[in-house]
Design a protein around this ligand. Structure first.
Ligand code: FE2
Length: 345
């Protein structure tokens, strides 16, 4: 009897244990399935982010030559070829970028224009001079950018996406004076708040530029006034294409303005383009050719300016480098541009 009771209890126990085990096993499987799905999602996100980062790092070294053509010369003129380089951001370690830039001399441009941000290291002036050396026997113009004055600082991507970057006054200064001296001794003209003339490709160019508007070094009033109407080309140069500079140059009759600074948006959306320009220029104009027209104010001449009344032609270079602290590009490869200027029909 005792045995039967014990045996019954034992049997009940065994059934209960199996029942409980079965439940917990089912619960366990649910946990396993849930964890498995979460793990797959996390692994997928991490994998995609890793692949995107690897692609972005590789793309930052995929140097590209763009060829663009725009009509800004007086009727009947032969073409003029301008090599536009920007945002080199060089350090002594960037030998691949240096070699690529040196090979651009084979394009045999009539004029070379560099729109700032040459430097990214206190010992990079010789590196820059080495990169540009084969081009220095041609007519050249340049302006400086904020990164020529100050050492690179930590980049905060979320702030970059929210608003134009602000200057950290703690950043050490770079030897930009040596850079200006080196380029100047080769005959290139520093257009930082300077106005002048230059002969290129047998043409007479009326040129002017400003120091970097991004850090408020622009003094357009020092170069203001109508461009020479008899010049073959009225050319404005700035590092950052802030609207106040484009407006002022367009009002004074600039036919063409060259700028850099935007990095073309740097991290772009494929099929859409740039999200930011790091200034007040609309993202749609972050790189390449566009027209900058002042809206008619309702009185006076309704012309939009420029040499053909359709606005000043703006070319923004996406540049060749990046901050050493953000060496990535996405859907926006590094570039230099050979601009072929043609006559207006
Ligand atoms: Fe830059």
């Amino acid at each position: 009897m005792v045995f039967r009771v014990v045996g019954t209890e034992l049997a009940w126990h065994c059934c209960e244990v199996r029942r409980q085990w079965g439940r917990s096993e089912l619960r366990g499987r649910g946990i396993v399935v849930g964890v498995s799905r979460t793990s797959t999602t996390v692994l997928g996100v991490v994998g995609a982010a890793t692949a995107g980062l690897a692609w972005s790092v590789a793309e930052a070294h995929r140097y590209t030559l763009r060829r663009r053509e725009t009509a800004v010369l007086p009727a009947g003129q032969p073409r003029l070829r301008v090599l536009h380089i920007s945002d080199l951001h060089l350090t002594p370690r960037h030998q691949g970028r240096v070699e690529w830039v040196r090979r651009l001399a084979a394009l045999d441009p009539d004029l070379v224009v560099v729109t700032g941000d040459f430097l990214a290291h206190r010992e990079a002036v010789p590196t820059v001079m080495d990169a540009l050396d084969p081009l220095l026997d041609r007519p050249g113009l340049f302006v400086l950018g904020s990164n020529d004055y100050y050492e690179p600082g930590i980049v905060r991507p979320w702030r970059y996406l929210m608003a134009p970057s602000a200057l950290d006054k703690q950043r050490a200064t770079l030897p930009w004076g040596d850079l200006v001296k080196g380029l100047g001794s080769a005959g290139w003209l520093d257009l930082s708040n300077v106005r002048g003339t230059i002969e290129a490709g047998g043409r007479h160019l009326d040129v002017r530029g400003v120091d970097d508007p991004h850090i408020h070094r622009d003094r357009y009033d020092e170069v203001a006034g109508a461009f020479d109407a008899d010049a073959d080309l009225a050319l404005g140069v700035t590092h950052a294409p802030y609207l106040r500079i484009l407006d002022a140059m367009a009002d004074d009759g600039a036919g063409l303005v060259l700028a850099g600074h935007t990095h073309g948006g740097q991290l772009c959306i494929p099929g859409y383009g740039a999200l930011v320009t790091n200034c007040d220029l609309p993202p749609a104009q972050a790189s390449g050719l566009s027209r900058h027209a002042r809206p008619w104010n309702g009185s006076g001449d309704p012309s939009f300016g420029g040499v053909d009344g359709r606005g000043t032609v703006l070319h923004v270079s996406a540049g060749l480098g990046t901050s050493p602290y953000a060496p990535v590009r996405f859907a926006c490869p590094p570039e230099a541009t050979l601009l072929t200027l043609t006559a207006i029909d």
